[in-house]
Design a protein around this ligand. Structure first.
Ligand SMILES: Cc1ncc(COP(=O)(O)O)c(C=O)c1O
Length: 378
């Protein structure tokens, strides 16, 4: 089936009792059991929930995976993936990842004995340089939040596999509409479903998809054992959002392309970050491994004061954390999403005080352009 068909129907079937076309929200914490040792397959809401399973099947189909395991947030998904490893194990991570991923690794998991190497994975020689006998996973985010660096997924998978390590990809920024890393050799793909998959900024969630039965079983065990599960209502909202994912992604991208043309002509902007720009250092790679360039743009306006002014003047672009919703958002990574990253590291990876991230929504491109023109006119 084509992607749009799968977005609507993938892993879905009418509900057994009533034939309800849309999966009901099974808002229950427990299920009646027939007798000792005999039940319907559903015992307790943390362990099994049909609405959650409908979401897991759907995203698995879209990502060309056998299994999906949903969690309460993108970060609890990454935490579960990291729980596959133990003290002394080493994980190589893209240096430019979402700030929360950095915080989880450096401020929580490192204390418990996991070892992390943050390197620029756009050059895989950097990965090779830190790869060792205890390397268990290479975790890449591509394109990265917020400066949109692109890593070669196929080459990273080959490199990881040559050392018996797994390759995991945070695919939040493109969604399976524009990128399917498992088809390029990755072992696990995760999403903050909070973002493009849900697409309406009305829930928090996460999911990991994969095809290895053993790993999936362990991640399923961790879902229940750690207990960071998404509620049925949130799963339903994500599932509902996915049905329009291809329509939304096309509009996000068309609007982003329009705005990139406008922003590139603004003399007050020091730098425009967008993988669809021919000047982007990984433009050719992005064209090869992605089916679209996405709806996120970052711009460097030169200083904190100038950034503050732009954020204050924007109207249609709402000043808020997060991304991937139908509405356009504007944010300041250095003080918001990436505040946990030390300043020296932020400057090194391009998250300067003048950097502004735009999550381009699905509104009319002309209105978005007018808003940015006004925000930049001082
Ligand atoms: C790329 C990326 N990965 C993971 C996360 C974490 O997701 P959540 O906020 O759902 O925990 C985010 C959140 O912004 C993100 O942008």
């Amino acid at each position: 089936m084509g992607f749009s068909t799968d977005a609507v129907h993938g892993g879905q079937h009418p509900e057994k009792v009533t034939g309800a076309v849309m999966p009901p929200i099974f808002q229950t914490s427990t299920y009646k059991q027939e007798e000792l040792g005999k039940h319907s397959g559903y015992e307790y809401g943390r362990t099994q929930n049909p609405t959650r399973e409908a979401l897991e099947r759907n995203i698995a189909v879209l990502e060309k995976a056998k299994h999906g395991v949903a969690y309460a947030s993108g970060l609890s998904t990454i935490n579960a993936m990291m729980n596959l490893f133990k003290e002394g194990d080493e994980i190589i991570v893209t240096d430019n990842v979402y700030g929360g991923t950095y915080r989880l690794a450096e401020m929580v998991l490192r204390e418990r004995g996991l070892r992390f190497h943050f390197v620029d994975t756009t050059d895989l020689e950097n990965v090779k340089a830190v790869m060792g006998p205890r390397t268990r996973m290479v975790f890449i985010e591509t394109p990265t939040n917020p400066v949109l660096n692109v890593t070669d997924i196929r080459a990273a998978a080959e490199l990881a596999h040559a050392s018996d390590a797994l390759l995991a990809v945070d695919n939040t920024f493109l969604s399976p509409c524009f990128q399917t890393p498992l088809e390029l050799g990755a072992d696990m793909v995760m999403h903050s479903t909070t973002k493009f998959l849900n697409g309406h900024s009305d829930m928090i969630g996460g999911i990991v998809v994969l095809s290895d039965d053993g790993l999936a079983e362990t991640l399923r065990f961790l879902q229940n054992a750690i207990g960071a599960v998404p509620g049925p209502m949130d799963c339903w909202l994500a599932l509902r959002g996915v049905k329009t994912l291809p329509l939304r992604m096309r509009q996000h991208e068309a609007n982003a392309a329009h705005l990139v043309r406008f922003l590139s002509d603004q003399p007050k902007i020091k730098h425009v970050y967008y993988p669809g720009l021919k000047t982007h250092p990984q433009y050719e790679l992005a064209k090869k491994q992605q089916r679209g360039f996405g709806g996120i743009i970052s711009i460097d306006v030169g200083s904190l004061d100038r950034a503050k002014e732009v954020l204050k003047r924007a109207r249609l672009f709402t000043f808020a954390e997060s991304l991937g919703g139908v509405e356009s958002l504007i944010s300041h990574p250095a003080t918001m999403t990436h505040a946990a990253v030390p300043k020296a590291d932020r400057d090194r990876i391009g998250v300067t005080d003048g950097l502004i991230r735009l999550s381009v929504g699905i509104e009319d491109a002309e209105d978005l352009e007018a808003d940015l023109a006004s925000a930049l006119s001082f």
